[in-house]
Design a protein around this ligand. Structure first.
Ligand code: NAD
Length: 327
């Protein structure tokens, strides 16, 4: 198959080339969107990532250009209009669980860094400052952690938290039987948020979860609680979170995702003036830690993404069942 692959960095090329099962791949650095969809003429499939856009308009042009398959090299699919794809009869396949541990471990890294301030200690020591002033953290042992969404990543996150001796409370529209058996208590969203020292988001971005964390839900939080989002930026109303940080209602914020990340993440703007005032304000807080969507970024996950993407493509070519199709 001739595959147009969008939003590619050198590491994507490295892993896709290594596990390619014989397809002709063209790499585009640019994301797929209304402006770039023209590039797909003459290809059979597109391979896209988290910040590519496959809305109805883009999908219509893909269909006109003869694209027969949309291959997501990620788990989340909030950037694809699945209904429109179904109507156009373009199957959309994804990599449902390439390495839940990769993202769960990154959520833990955000918690530990925000809490024990190792990023600040690193810089201080390099400048010859060995003071402990303002570096005090808290024990994770016995702390109450709210896990919102207990799918593959939420479950891996719970397993790690158990090792730390945390008290886990969970909220999910479909509670997980294995976690219930392991003694994890599910409650309503409101109660789960209200009881927690740390809230970590692991549910997908849908119409229901869009801006799940907003002015009203933030009022339910314990004063000074920590919020971690490694799921999708749109789960959080950023301006409301900034207000909660300013009053101290929110004590710490760890983000691996950001609602407007498509304009920023995966690129170097170190010599530019950042025009996004919300992220500029977030960066200015001493108790906010932002990473640019790197939760997935481990060798194991990159390998699994490449392997599963080609399994999905080969299944389509061979007319086999598309086990990872989003319907
Ligand atoms: P999953 O589908 O295995 O689990 C999602 C869970 O959320 C399910 O248990 C589901 O029942 C639950 N859920 C759905 N709607 C809900 C709602 N309204 N309220 C509460 N729970 C709800 O997905 P996963 O593999 O665990 O991934 C979770 C999310 O993590 C993905 O949707 C994606 O957005 C994000 N993700 C981020 C990265 C990263 O690099 N930061 C990488 C992979 C995935």
């Amino acid at each position: 198959m001739k595959i147009a692959t969008f939003s590619t960095q050198h590491y994507d090329q490295e892993y896709l080339n290594q596990f390619n099962t014989g397809h002709e791949i063209t790499y585009f650095k640019v994301p797929l969107n209304e402006q770039t969809v023209v590039l797909t003429k003459g290809f059979d499939a597109v391979c896209i990532f988290v910040n590519d856009l496959a809305n109805e308009d883009v999908l219509k042009v893909l269909a006109e250009n003869g694209i027969k398959l949309v291959v997501l090299r990620c788990a989340g699919f909030n950037n694809v209009d699945i209904e429109a794809a179904n109507q156009l009869e373009i199957p959309v396949v994804r990599v449902p669980a390439y390495s839940p541990e990769a993202v769960a471990e990154h959520a833990i890294a955000l918690i530990l860094t925000l809490n024990r301030k190792t990023h600040k200690a690193y810089n201080r020591i390099r400048e010859g400052n060995f003071s402990l002033e303002k570096l005090m953290g808290f024990n994770l042992h016995n702390r109450k952690v709210a896990v919102i969404g207990t799918g593959a990543i939420g479950k891996a996150f719970c397993r790690i938290l158990k090792g730390f001796g945390c008290k886990i409370a969970a909220y999910d529209i479909y509670p997980d039987p294995a976690l219930l058996e392991a003694g994890i208590i599910y409650g309503t969203l409101e109660k789960t948020l209200a009881d927690a020292d740390i809230v970590s988001l692991h549910c997908p971005l849908t119409e229901t979860t869009h801006h799940l964390i907003n002015e009203n839900s933030l009022k339910l939080f314990k004063h000074g609680a920590m919020l971690i989002n490694t799921s999708r930026g749109g789960l959080i109303h950023t301006a409301d979170v900034i207000e909660a940080l300013k009053t101290g209602q929110l004590g710490y914020l760890g983000l691996d995702v950001y609602e407007q990340e498509g304009n920023l993440f995966f690129r170097d703007f170190s010599e530019d003036i950042i025009q996004d005032d919300l992220i500029a304000r977030l960066i200015s807080f001493p108790n906010v830690l932002i990473t640019s969507h790197q939760g997935f970024f481990t060798k194991e996950a990159m390998e699994q993404i490449a392997v599963t993407s080609f399994l999905n493509i080969d299944a389509f070519v061979n007319g086999e069942e598309l086990v990872n199709q989003i319907r």
